[in-house]
Every structure is written in structure tokens, then in C-alpha cells.
Design a protein around this ligand. Structure first.
Ligand SMILES: [Mg+2]
Length: 371
């Protein structure tokens, strides 16, 4: 049977904010419009786990609510996939309004586990969204016009964590590889890239890379481009001569950088100094292309296993719950830390019909909840 296909915009319209906190629906205020009112310093971008993030999101949500109804926003719901960040976002929003959250990561080889802590249900099945709805119903939690559901996009609404999330990671790795390859041209060494990337992408280096993919992409470029040799880098890290990405980029700035890498170095260095968490724009634009290219590209008859391994799909359980809540009057709003440059087409691709990720058509895969 052919797969159903749809886009998140079917649920959300343009009620979405990516990392930069600029709503895709131009009628809504975002960080730029709210900065003065909320007393946020110029240039500061609140991140998901921070209290200011909740304040901005809430104001944007209230504006979205006002566009559709006179009922005021009284209750929140949140669906996400990361135990730490999403739980902190839920806690931040919970300082303003009552909230219930659901956080899942599929672990199909383990027995089903569902636990509730501090108003959040944690599960190792996306199918446990049915338990979430039961739990809300038992508590008589209002699911009506006065309620808004904040829906995380990356690895939740699509690329479900533990089920389909490796494809999202593979898009990012492919983007790092292409960025390095295109910057180095004929001097690109695939094996050297793999060795450097696989080594530095490990958790034990998070103190150095800050788990920031822009930083990691830049570091790989400088290593493979011969600015900073890998053995030297690893021994400097081990000896504590080098601790942070700030140290690394400052050292690179003093080294002799090959001419063709200079524009990239300048781009990243300038963004980094301004405190931009996404300073490597050209890498993120490639990430957008690699991500959108992995949506709905395989024929239906290749089998579900291959689709989940090679294609980014919408999470049926999440979509089904959202549709159910939408019918009951709940406002659905997309919220994601995915950088805008990795989510929205640059003008030349937009002109050729490339969509923002929330408008991209994807197959729908998962187990029906039967709502
Ligand atoms: Mg996520």
C-alpha cells in the first residue's frame, strides 16, 4: 500500500519558530519585536533551556492565540525528544502557565517503559503518546481552545529519536563532509576527514567542541586543511594546552591559513566573536540541502526498514495526536532549536521551489494510535 504523505504545515500553517525565534508567520512577533519589551540585551539569543526563551515563546504564542480566538491561553502541552533540554524548556514554560510534557526516545529492543516525573511523561516508545492522552484525560487536563501544544520538530515530529533520527544525523555529517570537500577541492582527503570527524565527534570532546556542530565542522576543516594537525591537536587537548573552541580558533587565526580557507575562517571567526551559536553559515546551508534531499526520495516499495534508515519521515503517532488535539480546539505551535539556515531555503533554492522544512512533504510512518 502506498504511504501517506503530508507536511507539518498541514497542522501548523506557518506557526513555527526555528532557532532564531523569528516566527515563520509574519503576523506574529518574534525575538526582534519583543526584545525591548522583555528587556533582552541586543545580540543575545535565548536558548531553549533558558528562562528568557520561555518568555519570548509565550508572547509569540499569545499573539498566535489572539489571531484565532478571544479565549486566553491558560494551559500548555509539550512534546519533545531530549531528556535534558526539552525538560528544561518545559520547566521554564511551567513558571508561567500549567504545563504537561511528553518526552520519548524509541528503544524497540527494550521492554516498554513509561514514567511520570514533575508533570512530564518519559517513554521509550512513541506509541506511548496514547498513554499520555489517557493520563491527561484522567487528570481532566483541559484540551480545548485555551490550551496550546508546543511541538518540537527535530527528532520528534520528524526523524523520531531512536527510530529515524540517524538519518537526521547523517544529513549533518554529509553537510560537514561536503563543506570540507568543497573548501579543499583537490586537496580533500576522505580518510583524513573520516578519522578527524569520528574522533572529535565523541562525547569526551564535548568540553572542547561544546557539542556545537558548527565548531566541529570548522575544526575538521582546519585539521584536514593542514592548519592544525590531528596528532598535535589531540596531544594539546590531552595535555590541557588547549581547552575550548575559543582557544582553538584564536590559535588558528595566528597560524598560516591556506588562501582558499581564509573566507571561511573569517566567516566563522566573525560570527563566533559576536556570540552567534551558528557561526558557520555555509555549512548550515548545506545541511538544509542534505536534510531536504532525504525527505520522500525513495519509492514506496523498498520496504519500511530501508525507508527508516535512509529517509526522514513524519512520526505518525505525533501527527495523529496533534490532529486529535486540533479537532478539540488546541493551538499547535512548532518549536525547534534547529538553526534557521539549516531549515529554510536560501533565496536561490526557494526560487526553485525548495520548501522550508515545516512545508516539506514527507512520508508518514509509525503505528496508528487509533484516535
Ligand atoms: Mg528535538
Amino acid at each position: 500500500m502506498p504511504y501517506q504523505r503530508t507536511a507539518l504545515s498541514e497542522l501548523l500553517g506557518d506557526f513555527v519558530v526555528y532557532r532564531g525565534l523569528t516566527p515563520q508567520d509574519a503576523r506574529l512577533p518574534g525575538l526582534a519585536e519583543l526584545r525591548a519589551e522583555l528587556g533582552l540585551p541586543e545580540g543575545h539569543l535565548p536558548r531553549k533551556a533558558q528562562a528568557d526563551y520561555a518568555r519570548v515563546v509565550l508572547r509569540t504564542l499569545q499573539a498566535a492565540q489572539a489571531l484565532r480566538t478571544r479565549a486566553s491561553l491558560a494551559h500548555l502541552l509539550y512534546i519533545g525528544d531530549t531528556k535534558r533540554n526539552d525538560a528544561l524548556t518545559i520547566a521554564g514554560l511551567g513558571d508561567h502557565l500549567p504545563i504537561r510534557g511528553f518526552i520519548a526516545a524509541e528503544a524497540a529492543d527494550e521492554p516498554k517503559k513509561v514514567e511520570i516525573r514533575g508533570g512530564v511523561m518519559y517513554a521509550n516508545r512513541w506509541g506511548a503518546l496514547a498513554d499520555f492522552l489517557d493520563w491527561l484525560t484522567q487528570q481532566r487536563y483541559p484540551l480545548d481552545e485555551g490550551t496550546a501544544l508546543l511541538l518540537d520538530l527535530d527528532k520528534t515530529a520528524f526523524g523520531a529519536r531512536g527510530r529515524n533520527s540517524r538519518v537526521i544525523d547523517s544529513a549533518r555529517v554529509a553537510a560537514v563532509r561536503r563543506t570540507v570537500e568543497e573548501a579543499l577541492g583537490g586537496a580533500f582527503d576522505e580518510q583524513a576527514f573520516r578519522t578527524a570527524f569520528d574522533e572529535l565527534n565523541q562525547q569526551k570532546y564535548h568540553g572542547f567542541t561544546a557539542d556545537n556542530q558548527d565548531y566541529l565542522a570548522y575544526i575538521c576543516l582546519m585539521v584536514v586543511g593542514g592548519v592544525y594537525q590531528l596528532p598535535e591537536l589531540l596531544s594539546d587537548l590531552a595535555a590541557g594546552h588547549l581547552r575550548t573552541f575559543a582557544d582553538f580558533i584564536a590559535i588558528c587565526a595566528r597560524k598560516s591559513i591556506p588562501k582558499r580557507l581564509v573566507p571561511i575562517h573569517q566567516e566563522v571567526f566573525a560570527g563566533f566573536r559576536q556570540g552567534d551559536p551558528t557561526p558557520f553559515k555555509s555549512f548550515r546551508r548545506r545541511e538544509y540541502e542534505e536534510t531536504v534531499n532525504r525527505m520522500d526520495w525513495l519509492p514506496d516499495d523498498v520496504g519500511e526498514e530501508r525507508i527508516l534508515a535512509e529517509e526522514i519521515v513524519l512520526t505518525r503517532e505525533v501527527m495523529e495526536l496533534c490532529r486529535h488535539l486540533l479537532r478539540r480546539g488546541v493551538l499547535i505551535f512548532g518549536l525547534t532549536d534547529k538553526p534557521d539556515e539549516a531549515s529554510l531555503p536560501p533565496p536561490e533554492l526557494r526560487a526553485r521551489g525548495h520548501p522550508p522544512l515545516h512545508r516539506a512533504r514527507m512520508k508518514l510512518l509509525g503505528t496508528p494510535l487509533g484516535l
